[in-house]
Design a protein around this ligand. Structure first.
Ligand SMILES: [Ca+2]
Length: 677
């Protein structure tokens, strides 16, 4: 049979991420090698089958009429000369990891031939992603900072004046107005008490005049967790409910979020714990030890080392995580049997001892995730330092969390009193923190979106275009199709935007223009936008993860109305949530001095094509005065004929013809045009 035809293509032919409840098509293209065969005869004699474990709403309908189990016949689609295409469409009903294979036989042959990709793969992986990964707009609240207020007017934030869950609850209508639909909280657990500061920071805090508190009075880094199932009691303070506690307050927060259609994502830190974490006491074998825990050179001390009595199992000798030249002395590293940082950074190649109860540790951490889903109805997680935990652990954890979430959601339906909380849907979202490390491995293990490097690429048109071309496989094939990235101009890890650009802000309101322009990019480029608290009031001061910090909510510079407008545009149009992206050239070119970042987003549904042109002046000091941009072909539009551009930000309508447009835009301003023809 092989001499009659050959399969030349199967699409997709590599790991692909698709959305739950969205139509997904698998296409097989084959070439007829013997032209003399009659088309009717050929179609009668060819059998093309798809084998898959995809879970579909209409799986009964799809699979029943077709052969056995999960086999489905591919249907003839069309023919051009000697090329035939066959298709099968699905609507996946459950988030998860699946695969499919394609096989063929001809003329009642008893032998099936299995299709293999060029790299010899028979099974092609499909990740069905949470539906809300496309339409979510995230607000990142650092609870301790968000509501911090100097109640006694002594000019500083003292213990008891930090932010609480109740401060977030009080601003629920603000969040809704802002057009966000997910709140991501930096860790809310209690921080460790020992080594609250890393040694080099200790000096800074002791000498910094703005820091009035002695070291032991600081609340400690939220990324140095003492007990994974705890909540910092200070976050649960509430003057109106004196007998409440942090657990009750967090549950109340989650419930009110859900009532308002807002999902909750929790930060989880599985790379390290605080030095005095309780699991270090219970499971010393989950950690690794050195005589000097802040040394790359010294040997690891195993439990049977001659000096084990002195060092092994002792929290003060547990090895600290090491990152970019700095030991995080307030933390100790968990032993995942995964020596990523050590292998690349340690001058000696000595490996830490294997964790003898790694399976137990993996189970413990999976249960930590399930604990938050079951007891608070948490909808997703942001995985801190996700690249330092094995990807296969994440893969398993994602599967088990979604399985548990499904049961919890069903239980909530059946027994709402017994199960008083549940995620809004069982498709728990996982976002992995990594900027540049192990991105491919993490995209492939089933994490729905990665932090990525957007916030450090928003300086120039050239940098940003290069980054997006890479992230979205436009300049090569780096990641699974459909990979998603978190797009945030700011987060707790880096300086705030106005600080980053400090030297180049020339006018009084350049910082406002800067933040406005970067939000349009974050919200409307492909990805998941995330707004870091304080960005909307153009805050210059960074958050402090170790101690108290505030946001000046009364700042004269407030762009929340603008952000809200942009977010509502994103929320209204599917093209911005999951449409295709095309970069638009300008006569200034794609250089570091170019001002305009322009792009098309379009989405084709059954009855219409939605298309938008976004033009952003990335220059926050100078206007753009008559620069030509050159529109690409947009499917469904004929730009030689008149078309209409409606600027959704200001409501102006322009009629144009041809592919060149002349742009005039103030510093940091943008056009968001809906294109109609
Ligand atoms: Ca105070």
């Amino acid at each position: 049979m092989s001499e009659l035809f050959k399969i030349i293509q199967v699409t997709p032919n590599d790991t692909t991420k698709i959305l739950i409840k969205e139509i997904f098509t698998i296409t097989v293209t084959l070439q007829l090698l013997n032209q003399k065969i009659d088309e009717k005869e050929f179609l009668k004699d060819i059998d093309l089958e798809l084998w898959t474990d995809l879970k579909c709403d209409e799986s009964k309908k799809v699979f029943k009429e077709d052969i056995q189990g999960y086999a489905a016949k591919l249907k003839f689609h069309n023919r051009t000369n000697d090329i035939f295409t066959f298709e099968r469409t699905f609507i996946p009903s459950e988030a998860g990891f699946f695969k499919f294979m394609v096989r063929h036989k001809f003329n009642n042959s008893i032998n099936w031939g299995w299709f293999q990709t060029e790299s010899g793969k028979k099974e092609i992986e499909i990740h069905v992603e949470p539906s809300w990964s496309s339409n979510t707009v995230i607000y990142n609240a650092f609870v301790r900072q968000f509501g911090a207020i100097d109640k006694n007017n002594d000019g500083v934030i003292n213990p008891g004046e930090g932010g609480t869950f109740n401060d977030l609850i009080k601003r629920m209508s603000y969040f809704k107005k802002l057009g966000i639909n997910t709140i991501y909280l930096n860790p809310i657990q209690s921080a460790g008490e020992i080594f609250k500061y890393r040694t080099e920071e200790r000096n800074y805090y002791e000498n910094n005049l703005t820091n009035h508190l002695p070291v032991h009075m600081h609340p400690g880094s939220v990324y140095s967790i003492k007990d994974y199932k705890s909540i910092d009691p200070e976050l649960g303070l509430n003057e109106n409910i004196p007998d409440t506690d942090q657990y009750h307050e967090f549950k109340r927060f989650c419930k009110i979020c859900h009532k308002n259609g807002i999902r909750v994502i929790l930060d989880i830190v599985f790379d390290h714990t605080s030095r005095d974490s309780f699991i270090q006491r219970l499971h010393p074998e989950w950690f690794i030890y050195k005589k000097d825990p802040m040394s790359l050179e010294g040997e690891f001390i195993t439990h049977d080392h001659p000096d084990a009595d002195k060092y092994w199992g002792k929290p003060e000798h547990a090895f600290s995580p090491y990152d970019h030249g700095v030991f995080w002395t307030d933390c100790i590293m968990l032993n995942w049997n995964y020596y990523y940082s050590l292998d690349t950074l340690a001058p000696d190649k000595s490996k830490p001892p294997r964790n003898p109860s790694i399976e137990q540790m993996r189970d413990y951490f999976k249960n930590v995730l399930i604990y938050w889903i079951k007891n608070y109805g948490v909808d997703g997680f942001r995985l801190d330092v996700s690249y330092a935990v094995p990807a296969e652990f994440w893969h398993d954890a994602i599967l088990e969390c979604r399985k548990s979430a499904k049961n919890i959601c069903e239980e909530r339906e059946k027994h709402p009193r017994a199960q008083e909380v549940a995620p809004l849907s069982p498709d728990i979202l996982f976002i992995g923190e990594t900027y540049v490390d192990k991105v491919n491995e993490l995209q492939n293990c089933g994490i729905s979106a990665l932090n990525g490097d957007f916030s450090s690429k928003v300086y120039t048109v050239e940098m940003l275009k290069g980054y997006l071309d890479y992230a979205y496989n436009i300049s090569g094939n780096f990641f699974p199709n459909g990979s998603r990235w978190l797009l945030f101009p700011e987060c707790h890890d880096f300086n705030r935007l106005p600080k980053k650009f400090e030297g180049s802000l020339k006018n009084k309101d350049s910082d406002v223009k800067l933040n406005k322009s970067r939000w349009v990019l974050a919200a409307l480029l492909p990805g998941i936008p995330m707004l870091h608290n304080g960005y909307e009031v153009v805050e210059h001061e960074n958050v402090s993860v170790q101690t108290y910090s505030t946001i000046n909510w009364n700042s004269e510079k407030n762009i929340s109305a603008y952000i809200s407008k942009v977010n509502h545009i994103r929320n209204k149009y599917v093209a911005f949530q999951k449409g295709k992206y095309i970069f638009v050239d300008s006569e200034q070119g794609t250089t570091n001095s170019a001002q305009l970042y322009s792009f098309i987003r379009y989405h084709q549904s059954e009855n219409e094509i939605e298309a938008f042109l976004v033009v952003v002046n990335m220059d926050f000091n100078n206007k753009v005065d008559g620069i030509k941009i050159d529109l690409p072909n947009i499917p469904g539009f004929d730009l030689n004929k008149t078309y209409e551009l409606t600027d959704l930000l200001i409501g102006e309508i322009h009629k144009r013809e041809g592919k060149f447009l002349t742009i005039i835009l103030g510093p940091g301003e943008s056009h968001i045009f809906k294109i109609k023809q």
